[in-house]
Design a protein around this ligand. Structure first.
Ligand SMILES: [Zn+2]
Length: 170
């Protein structure tokens, strides 16, 4: 999940193909078409992740792609338009590390000023499957609280969510 990844800079209007220029609208710079005045509102991107708990351990994945290659994250990824967020968390979990999960409850929603992603993190239960490292993952593992590699976690939201998780009622 490329959580710090910026949207591609679009140069042309998706409606008429005219050139986009930056205009300030409602105190924010926005791309506006110089031909038809279409305003390109840039939406956040929604990321769904899950903390899978089993026998006092959780699953973390070591990223095989940039940004933050080599750092550990929760399994998760972008929600498709029209996709239920819980379904996205379950789908990404299966794709990234082979496990079928069931959502237990919401842990929290994590967003930061100036950052594109809105990260929604669930707590999940194991259903079936064997843990494997998928194509974009170097390594997949089960970690107890004392084994969490705190110095090598990717993304602020992951660190905050893990702290929330270990400080919450289970
Ligand atoms: Zn246009």
């Amino acid at each position: 999940m490329g959580m710090n990844q910026h949207n591609a800079e679009f140069r042309f209007c998706p409606v008429c193909g005219g050139r986009l220029r930056s205009l300030t609208i409602n105190d924010r710079p926005r791309p506006v078409c110089s031909a038809c005045n279409f305003i390109y509102y840039q939406d956040p991107k929604v990321v769904a992740c899950a903390i899978l708990e089993m026998d006092n351990r959780i699953v973390l994945l070591r990223r095989g792609i940039n940004p933050q290659k080599g750092k550990w994250v929760l399994p998760g990824g972008y929600v498709d338009r029209g996709e239920e967020v819980k379904a996205a968390a379950i789908r990404e979990f299966k794709e990234e590390c082979g496990l079928v999960t069931r959502i237990k409850r919401l842990l929290g929603v994590y967003s930061y000023p100036g950052q594109i992603p809105v990260v929604i993190i669930y707590i999940a239960q194991y259903v079936s499957g064997d843990l494997i490292a998928g194509d974009e993952t170097l390594e997949a593992g089960w970690f107890s609280e004392s084994e969490i590699p705190w110095d090598d976690i990717a993304f602020k939201s992951t660190v905050v969510a893990l702290n929330d998780y270990y400080n919450s009622e289970k």
